[in-house]
Design a protein around this ligand. Structure first.
Ligand SMILES: [Zn+2]
Length: 96
């Protein structure tokens, strides 16, 4: 097996996956939350932004982008932010 650096926690580990064992279970939880959110009524195509998803699911932007890049979300496009949504964007930034 290859020694890799976990893309989630940065730890070194031996595997064929992108994340270590600890983070793999976190990824699965995040993935479940993400799918629930995308299937739920809180999500609407073209109106929901990545910031909305991150805020509502608690998934970090970095992990969100990584999960959305997965095969199962092929064709799913969620904008970073909406032009008329600058207020909520700055609120989220202020929290961080
Ligand atoms: Zn990890």
């Amino acid at each position: 097996m290859e020694v890799k650096r976990c893309v989630r926690c940065g730890g070194f580990f031996e595997t064929v996956n992108e994340v270590c064992h600890t983070c793999a279970s976190k990824d699965i939880k995040d993935l479940g939350k993400l799918k629930n959110y995308l299937n739920g009524y809180g999500y609407s195509v073209g109106k929901t932004t990545k910031i909305d998803v991150a805020t509502n699911t608690g998934i970090t932007m970095k992990n969100l982008n990584r999960l959305l890049a997965g095969e199962e979300f092929e064709g799913v496009y969620i904008p970073e932010s909406l032009e008329n949504n600058i207020d909520s964007v700055s609120k989220v930034k202020a929290k961080v």
